[in-house]
Design a protein around this ligand. Structure first.
Ligand code: GLC
Ligand code: GLC
Length: 805
C-alpha cells in the first residue's frame, strides 16, 4: 500500500494523507541552520548543534506521535483547523505534503479556504522561512483569523527537558512590531537570541504558552485560537512561545501571502544591547528585511533549486527503471547530504541530545557525499583527524559545535582509525587534491602536538598493526563497526553502558572484520604513502596486507564463511561451532570487498553462505541464528530480541558490502538484487509493512526472527545512505574515481542491457553509455583504450565513453 507517490520531475515525494504509518519527515537547511519537518508540520529547528542551540521545543515519543512543530491555525468564523492537519486534526477537503530537496510544502483546504505553506531555510541564512499562501476558493467573502505557533526551547535541549527547578523561572521575550524575540538567558552569557516575525501587521500576539494554549488544553485546541483572540501576553518564566494573530479578509478567488521568518541571531558581546536591558535587534531586522515580500521568497527558493541542480548534476543515470533513477539521481544523494550534515544527531529516532559526530560514521558518510561538495568534505576530514589521539586511536565521537572529542564516550573502538584512511582516499580520488596529505593537523586538538594528515594515516594504520591478538588478528577493543559486539565488557549491572565499559584487559578478543577493513584500506594507504614519497612505507604496507590476508584465511575462515571474531576466552564468534550467532554478515562483505579469498574460492563460498543463510525477502540479516539469551561475553548484541538491531535485524548499512562483494565476483544479478531489496523506492508498495519514508533508507529493517519482519526503524541518519550510493554507482554501474583515472567497469544485472551515466569529476564531464557491442571494451571519444580506467580529462572538457559488455 502507498501513502503518496514520487514526482520525479519536481524531485518531490508527494504524501497524500496525514495518517502515514509513521511521521514521514524531511530536512530543511544545507549548512548551519537546520529544521526537521514532518508531513504534518511537526519537528524543530536548530543552529549547528541540535543539543546546544535548539530554537524550538519538541517532545520525543509523544502521544499522539509527533505533536510539536511550527504550526498555523485558521479560525474561519469559529471553525478551527490546521492546514497541516496537525495539531487540530480537523478533517480536510484536500491534503498534500510535498517533501522536496531542503524544502517542504504542505497544503490543506477546508470549507473553500486553501492554505499552502512552504517551509525552507534559504541558502546562507540562519532561519526557517514559512510562506503561508491563503486562497479563498469559494464564491463568498471570507473573514479569517490566522494564528502562528512556535514553542521556544531554552537552547540546551537536554537541560530544557530535565532542569525544571531552574528553567521554569527563566523564559523572557520582547516584542517589536510584528516580531517576537526569544531572549531567555540573553541577560547572562548568551549573545544569541531567536526571532519569529511576519511581514504583516498583526492583530495580536502571545509569548506565554499558558496564556495562549491554556494550562489544561493541548495544541489541538489553544484557547486563544478557539476564542479567536491572542492575549498579547508577555512571558515571565514558565514557557516561552511565539504566536502571531493576523486577520485576513479575502474576496472570492482572492489570495494573500504571509511570510513568517523564524531565525537565529548573534551579536558581538560588545554590541549585545540596544539600550540597557533591550536586546540589539539590528541583525534580526536585517534578516526580516531579506524576506519581507513573496518575491524575495520566490528568489530564495529558486536559488535553493539551483544549488541542488548543481550538486545533483555530479552523477546521473538513465537506467530504464524509474525507481533506480530516482534513488540514484535524487533521493540517495539527498540523504547522503543530510547524513553528512547531521551525522547521527537529530532525526525522529535520534534526539539530537545524545550523540555527537561519529569518527567512523562521518568518515563513511563522506563516501557518499564527497562528489557533491568536495570542499566541505575536505574540511570535515581535517576536523575528524584533529580528534585523533597521538597513538593513532580515535575519539569515537566529537561535538559539532566545539569540534572536540567526546570524553564521555572516549576511545577504544579499534576499527575507527582505519575509516580515516578510507575517507581520505575517497576524497583524493574524487578531487586529486593530494596536498591535503601535507596539511598540518593536531592530535587530540592540541596545537602543540600535530603532524601532517599523512602522519595521521600512518598512525591509524600502525595502530591496527600494533594491536593484534593471539592469532595475529586485530584486537577489537570495546567494539569494531558493530558497536554492540562488546567482547571486553562482561556487564552484570543493569543500565551500565556496554560501549564504554571495558573490564577485561582487551589483550585477546580479536576482530576478523577489522582485518578485512585493514586489507581493504591497505592499497589506498600504500598509494598515499607513495604520493608523499614514502616508498618504503608503501612497500611495507602491502606486505602487511598480504600477511593479514593470510592470517584471515588461516584463522578467520570457518569452512563455509569467514569467522566474525575471537572472544575474550579465545573462542570463535560467528562459527559453525557456536549454537547461535554462527554466521555474521560483516566479515563476509568486507573480506570479499578486500579481495580476500577471491582467487582461492573462499570469497565465493562465503557469499553463497550469505545467500543461503542470511538473505531474506526484506534484505540480508546481520547474523543467524539470532541470540535467544544474554551472553555476557558478547555484550549488547545479545540484549536485543531476536531479529532487531544487531541481533539479526537487517542492518541495512552492511547489505551493500555484500552487494559490492558480489560485483568483485562478477555476479551482477546478485549484487543488484541485494541493492534493490532494501532500496526505499522499491519498498514503496509495501509502505504499510515498511512503515517509514519510502524515499530514504532506514538503519534497520526487522529481520526474519522478529514478529514484525520487514518493518523499518531509524530512518535518515545511517551509513546505509553512503554505502548504497557507493554500491550502485561505483560498483554495479561501475563508475568510480580512482587515483589515476575514472574507472568504468559496470557489473550489471542481466535484465539491464543498456545504461547511460553522466559523471562530473575534477571539473570534467564524462558521458558514459553502456551496452552490448561487437567486442567488449571501453572507447574514449571513439578510441579504444586498454583496460577500464579513463585518464582524467582537463577541467571543462566533455568526454564520451562507450562501454561494451
Ligand atoms: C550505528 C552506529 C555505527 C555502527 C552501527 C553498528 O549505525 O552509528 O557507528 O557501526 O550502528 O553497530
Ligand atoms: C546502540 C545501537 C547501535 C548504535 C549505538 C551507538 O548500541 O544499537 O546501533 O551503533 O547505540 O552508540
Amino acid at each position: 500500500m502507498k501513502f503518496g507517490h514520487f514526482d520525479d520531475e519536481a524531485r518531490e515525494y508527494v504524501i497524500t494523507t496525514p495518517r502515514t504509518p509513521y511521521p514521514w519527515i524531511n530536512y530543511l537547511g544545507t549548512e548551519e541552520f537546520f529544521g526537521l519537518i514532518s508531513n504534518t508540520g511537526g519537528g524543530y529547528s536548530f543552529y549547528r548543534d541540535a543539543r546546544m542551540r535548539r530554537l524550538t521545543r519538541y517532545r520525543y515519543n509523544n502521544m499522539p506521535i509527533d505533536v510539536g512543530g511550527r504550526y498555523y491555525y485558521i479560525n474561519d468564523g469559529g471553525d478551527v483547523w490546521s492546514p497541516s492537519w496537525s495539531p487540530v486534526q480537523a478533517d480536510l477537503d484536500f491534503f498534500e505534503t510535498r517533501h522536496g530537496l531542503s524544502y517542504t510544502s504542505i497544503t490543506g483546504e477546508r470549507n473553500n479556504v486553501r492554505v499552502e505553506t512552504v517551509h525552507f531555510v534559504p541558502l546562507e541564512t540562519n532561519a526557517e522561512v514559512h510562506r503561508v499562501r491563503i486562497t479563498n476558493t469559494g464564491d463568498t467573502p471570507k473573514s479569517l483569523k490566522l494564528f502562528s505557533f512556535a514553542e521556544f526551547n531554552l537552547w540546551n535541549a537536554f537541560d530544557d527537558q530535565t532542569n525544571y527547578q531552574r528553567n521554569l523561572s527563566l523564559p523572557e521575550a520582547e516584542v517589536e512590531g510584528s516580531a517576537i524575540y526569544h531572549t531567555t538567558e540573553y541577560r547572562e552569557r548568551r549573545n544569541h537570541y531567536a526571532v519569529y516575525g511576519v511581514n504583516s501587521e498583526i492583530a495580536g500576539f502571545d509569548t506565554d504558552r499558558d496564556s495562549f494554549v491554556g494550562l489544561y488544553n493541548g495544541l489541538d485546541a489553544p484557547e486563544a485560537v478557539t476564542e479567536g483572540e491572542c492575549r498579547n501576553s508577555m512571558v515571565s518564566g514558565w514557557a516561552a512561545i511565539g504566536s502571531h494573530q493576523v486577520n485576513v479578509e479575502l474576496a472570492p478567488g482572492e489570495q494573500r501571502d504571509l511570510v513568517f521568518v523564524l531565525g537565529y541571531l548573534e551579536n558581538p558581546p560588545e554590541d549585545k544591547w540596544e539600550s540597557p536591558g533591550v536586546v540589539n535587534k539590528e541583525p534580526a531586522r536585517a534578516l526580516l528585511a531579506r524576506f519581507a515580500t513573496s518575491g524575495q521568497v520566490d528568489d530564495a527558493l529558486a536559488a535553493l533549486r539551483t544549488y541542488w541542480d548543481g550538486m545533483l548534476g555530479a552523477y546521473n543515470v538513465d537506467s530504464g527503471d524509474e525507481r533506480v533513477d530516482r534513488m540514484v539521481n535524487i533521493w540517495n544523494p539527498y540523504q547522503c547530504m543530510v547524513t553528512f550534515n547531521m551525522s547521527r544527531s537529530a532525526s525522529y529516532f535520534e534526539t539530537g541530545i545524545g550523540r555527537g559526530m561519529g569518527f567512523r560514521d562521518s568518515n563513511q558518510d563522506l563516501l557518499g557525499f564527497v562528489h557533491l561538495v568536495p570542499e566541505r568534505a575536505r574540511e570535515r576530514i581535517l576536523d575528524i583527524a584533529a580528534t585523533q589521539f597521538p597513538d593513532g586511536s580515535a575519539y569515537h565521537q566529537y561535538q559539532p559545535l566545539t569540534k572536540r572529542g567526546n570524553d564521555e564516550v572516549g576511545t577504544g573502538f579499534n576499527d575507527d582509525p582505519l575509516w580515516l584512511i578510507e575517507g581520505v582516499a575517497a576524497y583524493i580520488k574524487e578531487t586529486g587534491d593530494t596536498a591535503i596529505l601535507g596539511e598540518d593537523v593536531p592530535f587530540d586538538n592540541d596545537a602543540e602536538d600535530s603532524g601532517t594528515l599523512f602522519e595521521h594515516l600512518r598512525r591509524s594504520f600502525h595502530h591496527v598493526l600494533h594491536n593484534r591478538g593471539p592469532h595475529g588478528l586485530p584486537l577489537i577493543g570495546r567494539a569494531d563497526w558493530n558497536d554492540c559486539l562488546n567482547l571486553n565488557c562482561f556487564s552484570e549491572t543493569p543500565g551500565e553502558s556496554f560501549q564504554t565499559t571495558e573490564n577485561k584487559d582487551g589483550g585477546t578478543a580479536e576482530s576478523v572484520f577489522i582485518a578485512g577493513l585493514f586489507v581493504h584500506s591497505a592499497p589506498d594507504y600504500a598509494a598515499m604513502a607513495e604520493m608523499v614519497g614514502e616508498q618504503a612505507e608503501a612497500d611495507a604496507a602491502r606486505v602487511s596486507a598480504s600477511e593479514m590476508s593470510a592470517v584471515v584465511l588461516e584463522h578467520g575462515w570457518d569452512g563455509d564463511w569467514f569467522v566474525r571474531a575471537y572472544d575474550f576466552f579465545g573462542n570463535k564468534v560467528g562459527s559453525a561451532e557456536n549454537d547461535e550467532g554462527q554466521i555474521y554478515i560483516e566479515p563476509q562483505g568486507f573480506c570479499v570487498m578486500a579481495g580476500i579469498g577471491v582467487e582461492t574460492g573462499e570469497a565465493e563460498r562465503a557469499l553463497d553462505s550469505v545467500g543461503e543463510i542470511l538473505d531474506s525477502d526484506h534484505g540480508i540479516v546481520l547474523l543467524q541464528p539470532a541470540y535467544t539469551s544474554y551472553h555476557i561475553e558478547l555484550g549488547e548484541i545479545s540484549t536485543y530480541p531476536p531479529g532487531y538491531k544487531e541481533n539479526g535485524g537487517i542492518f541495512c548499512h552492511n547489505n551493500p558490502w555484500v552487494a559490492i562483494g558480489e560485483t568483485k565476483l562478477g555476479r551482477g544479478d546478485k549484487a543488484f538484487e541485494y541493492w534493490e531489496k532494501i532500496a526505499p523506492a522499491f519498498r514503496e508498495d509495501i509502505s504499510e509493512v515498511h512503515r517509514l519514508e519510502p524515499y530514504v533508507y532506514a538503519q534497520m529493517i526487522a529481520g526474519k526472527d522478529a514478529p514484525k519482519h520487514g518493518e523499518a526503524k531509524n530512518s535518515w541518519l545511517t551509513g546505509t545512505a553512503a554505502w548504497n550510493f557507493v554500491a550502485i554507482t561505483q560498483h554495479i554501474f561501475g563508475v568510480r574515481p580512482e587515483f589515476d583515472g575514472l574507472r568504468v567497469e559496470p557489473i550489471l544485472p542481466s535484465h539491464m542491457a543498456e545504461l547511460s551515466v553522466s559523471r562530473r569529476c575534477r571539473g570534467a564531464e564524462y558521458r558514459i553509455t553502456v551496452g552490448g557491442g561487437e567486442s567488449p571494451g571501453v572507447r574514449v571519444d571513439g578510441v579504444p583504450i586498454e583496460g577500464t580506467v579513463i585518464p582524467y580529462a582537463t577541467a571543462g572538457e566533455t568526454v564520451d565513453v562507450e562501454v561494451s559488455i
